[in-house]
Design a protein around this ligand. Structure first.
Ligand SMILES: [Cu+2]
Length: 67
C-alpha cells in the first residue's frame, strides 16, 4: 500500500474536507483519506488500480489541488 500526505491550501472548513474524502474515496483502490482542517493536510492511502496521478487529478477536479 502506498501513502502520501499533501498540503491542500483551499481547505477552509470541515465541508471541504468532507468533499475531498467523498471524491477521493470513490476512486477504486483508495483505502483511506484522512485530513485535518487546521493544518490543511490530507493523507491518502491507496493500492492498485489507484495511482497518485489519478488521486491528484481528482483533487484538482474537485477544486482542491494538492501542492
Ligand atoms: Cu470548506
Amino acid at each position: 500500500m502506498e501513502s502520501k500526505t499533501v498540503n491542500i491550501p483551499k481547505i477552509s472548513c470541515g465541508h471541504c474536507l468532507m468533499n475531498i474524502k467523498r471524491e477521493v474515496s470513490e476512486l477504486p483502490g483508495v483505502q483511506s483519506v484522512e485530513g485535518d482542517v487546521a493544518t490543511k493536510k490530507v493523507t491518502v492511502q491507496w493500492e492498485a488500480p489507484a495511482t497518485w496521478d489519478k488521486i491528484a487529478e481528482t483533487l484538482k477536479d474537485a477544486g482542491y489541488p494538492a501542492e
